[in-house]
Design a protein around this ligand. Structure first.
Ligand code: ADP
Ligand code: MG
Ligand code: ZN
Length: 590
């Protein structure tokens, strides 16, 4: 018995004791202070924020960075400024080191899990060995009190408005309690990476002056079996004790993906963790004012159970920033940097549609680096241009457009918008934009006057012309086509086919509607000759629509140029502007 305990002692405390002798364990703040004091010479950063490295004196150290430090580029800048040599740990390396150093512990845990299962006691049910194992390492994150405020998040007024309710609730939970209203419990921030969701969550905590517990979804899944759920429990217990508080789960899809979908490994574990999270959110009592904010760019993969009332029942969209917001973000990030007078941040913003806030922060940093390399103290327009080119080329798969592409998209969308505005029965133009979203490089939005059930022949013909007008405009202005009109063509063709085949709008076919499904005997539902006639009629309709669009646009060529100019300049233009241009067309220069 005694012997067994001794072995246990060595196995359990051994590795820790040994490493402790060699490396100095630093708190993250102490580490930052050392960086600033130029006492750190090199660091290796692991994927989960484990940082190891050596101090100027040659001594090794290790520290753990909080999640938020990794999602802001702050740390990178600090390290860079201090001239620290940075390298990233290779996944396999970290893993191997981890396994090597933890192997004995792992074996032990395995044994206990096995024992626990056998005695029907689940791991981490408090006390006992579960408690021992969860003792210190289970601390997911330390609460932080961010000093970030809404003012630090540039733009996004609508989004801030939506999350202000959370701030209000955290500041005055008793008001809600008095009237028996259930405060917000879970808010899902949805949007592409780098749009400031983390920043915003921190600002909510900062504004409300409450503790902020940040974790990443994946940090739960990579833990030992059974610990993910226990960590969720500890996290919520901690937050409740210190409430009102905010728990922030970055990349919640890592744990919140649909259950039953077989992920790669750790699938059982993920399910347990998710179930625990749901249980905790349901268990919020009146007394605990904890709000969970979570962040994802793939809301569609989330388990529907997460989105039920009382859980993440609020979704706030955080889209890519529009022109004015990009200018504001650039202004925030150039604070404290000297710019020459010729730098116009609005120009920089204009050249960066599709950039996220993080991209813009990166752009400013790149520009500053370029100036520094040239030994200048001030940033010039060329620094920004160069940085922008490099970032765009670095991510050509992304949404960023090259200047000539922007021009083409502006002309294309202006074509749609003008023909719509010039067609009496067409739905009014509400908005045009050349800010890319997803696969679309630009868009013209039309708003129907009323909910239509019946469409006239004329309305449909004009719709065809509107759809083909983007292509027509490109042909007029550039004399050649691009691949950008494929969707328009497909849409127009579908509509034309229905007009001919289903609505009987074709003179040649007459008042006939042809079935689309094959007849029961497998025969074609209509004759070969009819099919040929349908094809012919469809292409006639399309050609007529294209000619109409072409004619309108040539007749209003000055308006076309003026509108595309406006779009290039402002990126998003209100429908009213289009009608204004049409009504007061620029005068033709002879
Ligand atoms: P997300 O969580 O949406 O991926 P982050 O909040 O991590 O994005 O943003 C990364 C960085 O980008 C921020 O730390 C900040 O420097 C910058 N950033 C993003 N959006 C904004 C914004 N609206 N205003 C100021 N900075 C921003
Ligand atoms: Mg983030
Ligand atoms: Zn189009």
């Amino acid at each position: 018995m005694l012997a067994a305990l001794a072995v246990f002692g060595i196995l359990f405390f051994g590795p820790g004791v040994l490493t402790a002798a060699r490396t100095q364990q630093l708190s993250y703040s102490a580490f930052l202070a050392d960086v600033q004091a130029h006492k750190v010479s090199a660091v290796v950063v692991g994927t989960n924020g484990q940082i190891t490295g050596s101090l100027a004196g040659g001594k090794d150290f290790a520290t753990q960075a909080p999640v938020w430090a990794l999602t802001t580029d702050d740390l990178a800048t600090k390290l860079q400024n201090a001239g620290v040599q940075v390298s990233a740990a290779q996944q396999s390396d970290t893993l191997r080191q981890l396994i090597e150093s933890l192997l004995p512990t792992l074996l032990l845990i395995g044994a206990f899990v096995w024992l626990g299962r056998r005695t029907g006691q689940s791991l981490g049910s408090g006390g006992g060995l579960g408690g021992l194992i969860r003792g210190k390492p289970s601390r997911v994150t330390d609460a932080e009190r961010p000093r970030t405020r809404f003012g630090d998040v540039a733009g996004y007024d609508g989004v801030k408005e939506e999350v202000r309710e959370v701030v209000d609730y955290l500041q005055h939970p008793e008001r809600y309690r008095r009237v028996g209203a259930r405060g917000p419990r879970g808010v899902l921030l949805v949007g592409p990476p780098g749009t400031g969701k983390t920043l915003l969550a921190r600002a909510v905590a900062g504004e409300a002056e409450v503790p902020f517990y940040a974790v990443t979804g994946s940090s739960f899944v990579e833990m030992f079996v059974g610990l993910g759920a226990a960590r969720v429990r500890d996290l919520f217990a901690d937050a409740r004790r210190n409430g009102p508080a905010i728990i922030f789960i970055d990349e919640i899809d890592a744990i919140g993906g649909r259950r039953g979908l077989n992920g790669v490994g750790g699938h059982d574990e993920r399910e347990q963790t998710l179930n625990q999270l749901l249980a905790e959110m349901d268990g919020f009592t009146e007394g605990s004012s904890v709000v969970v904010l979570a962040n994802t760019n793939r809301p569609e993969v989330l388990d529907p159970a997460l989105l039920r009332p009382g859980r993440f029942d609020r979704q706030v969209q955080v889209p890519l920033p529009v022109l004015a917001e990009r200018t504001a973000i650039l202004t925030v990030h150039t604070r404290g940097k000297a710019l020459t007078e010729s730098v116009d941040l609005r120009d920089v913003a204009r050249g960066t549609p599709g950039f996220s806030g993080a991209d813009l922060a990166n752009l400013v940093n790149e520009a500053a680096l370029r100036a520094a390399r040239a030994g200048r103290n001030e940033l010039r327009p060329a620094d920004f241009e160069d940085a922008r080119e490099r970032l765009i080329l670095g991510r050509r798969d992304g949404t960023a457009l090259l200047p000539e592409e922007r021009l083409r998209v502006a002309v294309h969308e202006s074509g749609h918008a003008l023909v719509a505005a010039l067609s009496p029965t067409a739905d009014p133009v509400a908005k045009i934009t050349i800010l890319p979203t997803g696969l679309a490089l630009g868009a013209t939005h039309q708003l129907p006057n009323d909910e239509r059930r019946l469409y006239s022949d004329r309305y449909l013909r004009e719709s065809l012309a509107v759809r083909l007008a983007g292509r027509a405009a490109e042909l007029i202005v550039f004399g050649e086509l691009s691949t950008g009109a494929a969707d328009d063509l497909a849409g127009a063709t579908r509509l034309a086919v229905r007009m001919v085949r289903d609505y009987g709008f074709s003179g040649d076919l007459g008042p006939v509607a042809y079935p689309t499904a094959p007849a029961e005997d497998g025969e074609r539902p209509y004759a070969e000759a009819t099919q040929r006639l349908v094809d012919l009629e469809v292409s006639r309709l399309l050609r007529a629509a294209e000619e109409h669009a072409d004619l309108l646009l040539r007749r209003h060529r000055e308006s076309l140029d003026q509108l595309s100019g406006r779009l290039l300049q402002d990126e998003t233009v209100d429908g009213a502007v289009v009608y204004d241009i049409v009504r007061h067309p620029p005068t033709r220069v002879a």
